[in-house]
Design a protein around this ligand. Structure first.
Ligand SMILES: *Cc1c(COP(=O)(O)O)cnc(C)c1O
Length: 253
C-alpha cells in the first residue's frame, strides 16, 4: 500500500458515517421502525485496522469481514465481545470448513451458514471451544447462479436440521441482493427474505430463534431497512472505494 492509502482521513470517515446513519434513520421513519432495531455493520474488508480504530472512535461498534485471515488479524488488534473486547465482529463471507476454527475463535456473529457440512464443522469447533456460535443462514434470493446461499425453497427444512446443533444458535437469515441500477429493483428480494423468516414455523427448540435479517449494502441499505433489515452491512459508503484488485475478490471466502 502507498502511504496515502494507509492514512485514515478521519474527517471524511466521520462525515460519511454520519450520512449513512442519517439515511438509516430516515428509512426507519418512513417505515415506522425504530433506529435501535437496525445494527450498522461497517464492512472494513481490504482496509487496515487503523480504519477500524478510526470508526470506533466515531462510535461504530460492529465490524464485518469476508475473509478469515483479515478477521483474525483485525480481531487480534481489536478483540470482539466474545473475546472480552468492545466491538462485535461479523464474519459475512463464504467460509471453507477448514477455517471454522478461526471463526469460532473470533466471530461474534457468523452470517454465511449455507450447508450442513459447514454446520457440522462449526458445531464441532464450538463445542471444543466451549462456546455457542450465533449464526445466520445465507439465502440466495436473487436467483443468480454465482451467489452463495441456500435456495429459498430449502431454507425451512435446513433450519429444521439446524435444531440438533447445540453449540450453534440460529438467529436469522442473511442475503446479498443482485447488483442493480436502482435500489428499488431489489426490494422484492429483501421482501422474499423476510417472508421466508416470517413463514417459518419454528420447532420448539431453543437453538433456532429467527429474529435477525442481515440485508442491505452501500447501494441498497435504505430499501433493506424499509423491508425489515436488522443488520445492514455497509462498506464503501462509509470507508470509500476499495482498490480494484481487492474488490474483485470481494465475494470469495
Ligand atoms: C463487501 C461486502 C459488503 C459491503 O459492500 P459495500 O457495497 O462496500 O457496502 C456487504 N456484504 C458482504 C457479504 C460483502 O462481501
Amino acid at each position: 500500500m502507498t502511504e496515502m492509502e494507509t492514512q485514515v482521513d478521519v474527517r471524511t470517515l466521520a462525515e460519511r458515517l454520519a450520512a449513512v446513519r442519517a439515511r438509516i434513520e430516515a428509512a426507519c421513519r418512513r417505515s415506522g421502525r425504530s433506529p435501535e432495531e437496525v445494527t450498522l455493520i461497517g464492512v472494513t474488508k481490504t482496509f487496515p485496522v487503523e480504519v477500524v480504530e478510526a470508526a470506533f472512535s466515531e462510535g461504530l461498534r460492529d465490524f464485518g469481514e469476508n475473509k478469515v485471515q483479515e478477521l483474525v488479524a483485525k480481531a487480534g488488534r481489536m478483540p470482539g465481545r466474545h473475546e472480552g473486547g468492545a466491538v462485535r465482529w461479523h464474519m459475512i463471507g463464504h467460509l471453507q470448513r477448514n477455517k471454522a476454527k478461526e471463526v469460532v475463535a473470533h466471530a461474534d456473529l457468523f452470517h454465511a451458514l449455507d450447508r450442513l457440512r459447514l454446520a457440522e464443522a462449526l458445531e464441532r469447533r464450538a463445542e471444543a471451544a466451549g462456546r455457542v456460535l450465533p449464526c445466520l443462514v445465507q439465502v440466495n434470493v436473487s436467483g443468480e447462479a454465482t451467489k452463495f446461499g441456500l435456495e429459498p425453497d430449502v431454507v425451512h427444512p435446513f433450519l429444521d436440521e439446524m435444531a440438533r446443533f447445540e453449540h450453534l444458535r440460529i438467529e436469522g437469515l442473511m442475503t446479498l441482493a443482485a447488483p442493480a441500477d436502482h435500489p428499488e429493483d431489489v426490494r422484492p428480494q429483501f421482501r422474499l427474505l423476510r417472508r421466508i423468516m416470517e413463514t417459518y414455523d419454528a420447532p420448539a427448540h431453543p437453538t433456532v430463534r429467527l429474529r435477525a435479517l442481515s440485508m442491505g449494502m452501500s447501494g441498497d441499505f435504505e430499501v433493506a431497512v424499509e423491508e425489515g433489515a436488522t443488520h445492514v452491512r455497509v462498506g464503501s459508503a462509509i470507508f470509500g472505494p476499495r482498490r480494484a484488485a481487492a474488490a474483485s475478490r470481494d465475494h470469495r471466502g
